[in-house]
Design a protein around this ligand. Sequence first.
Ligand SMILES: Nc1ncnc2c1ncn2[C@@H]1O[C@H](COP(=O)(O)OP(=O)(O)OP(=O)(O)O)[C@@H](O)[C@H]1O
Ligand SMILES: [Mg+2]
Length: 368
Amino acid sequence: MAKVTLKNVTRIYGKTITAVKDLNLTVNDKEFCVLAGPSGCGKTTILRMIAGLEKTTEGEIYIDDVLVNQLRPKDRDIAMVFQNYALYPHLTVYENLAFALKVRKYPKKEIESRVNEAAELLNISHLLKKLPKHLSGGEKQRVAVGRAIVRHPKVFLFDEPLSNLDIKLRLQMRTEIKKLHEKLQATFLYVTHDQVEAMILGDRLCVLKDGMIQQVDEPLNLYNAPDNKFVAGFLGTPPMNFIQVKIIKDGENIYLDEGTFRLKATGKIGQAVESFIDGEILLGIRPEDIHEKSSYTFGSLNGNTAALKVDMTEPMGPQVYLHFKTEKNNFTAAVNPHVQARANEVIEIVFDTNKIHLFDPKTDQSVI
Ligand SMILES: Nc1ncnc2c1ncn2[C@@H]1O[C@H](COP(=O)(O)OP(=O)(O)OP(=O)(O)O)[C@@H](O)[C@H]1O
Ligand SMILES: [Mg+2]
């Protein structure tokens, strides 16, 4: 078993820089947990505190229910893979892999067997005699992962391990890391600022901003039901549209009034916006949930259409992005590629009201 628990963990640098604030998170045994968020949100600091390379200012860190705050890094049974590989340049791949075991005075036979096992797992057996400077970026990254594997640690920490690789290699290594997790059946805590990588790799995904957790859940739950505007905008390409609308009551009906068009608020949306009548709300809708009218087959067209002028089109292959610009808002629809709309042409679009999100503009919190 290898579980990591952080309880009310805070890290303040100097007197004023709060890098991590009151963080509560449990990474379960054998879980692949991803920490994601923009630069400076505290991801590396969290890993370094778990590894024991950084002090916690407040709070407790447990590994398998043992409080480790006072344990030295080498006694924590954790291995960390860094972004910059951190290989010893004057040692061969074999010696790099063997280094941590040698320091810990493992018998030679045991070292040999663990190094060979890791090398085979990572497909680097043919590189064992080479020096790091004679390796490609992807090979160096494999060696860095191998150095963690040979230690058979309870927990693996990865700090943006793929960000120095070119895009093609990154996609390949991403798949390999996922397979590796399945093979090793170990606990992984993996940091990235790449939202696609985070969605694909994580059993669970923890989204951070300014040192604070915004939401933790399975990736698709975060995608479909974000708690706030930040999480909603962090996941998805192109990102979710945020459209400023006014809530108005007209006779018996309630509408989300954009100014240029208006959508009827029915069902749970109608209920959710009642307390916002005559006020503003932020309508969130993903580009793939705005359709061209003729290809919309998902439900009724009762008050959820708008005739709008296309500002610009971007053919992407599997989809076409249509950009719209009104007096108050800019937004994008990702529609079926057979749609032939051109810039300045007026087309009818449908907002899938089952997929609408609403955020309180004062708090940015989701209201449904
Ligand atoms: N040694 C330090 N002294 C002072 N401030 C620090 C130190 N290390 C980190 N910080 C600050 O703490 C915050 C969190 O830094 P951290 O490196 O954990 O962010 P990150 O999420 O890993 O960012 P990136 O994606 O750029 O790697 C930042 O504001 C950073 O400037
Ligand atoms: Mg970092």
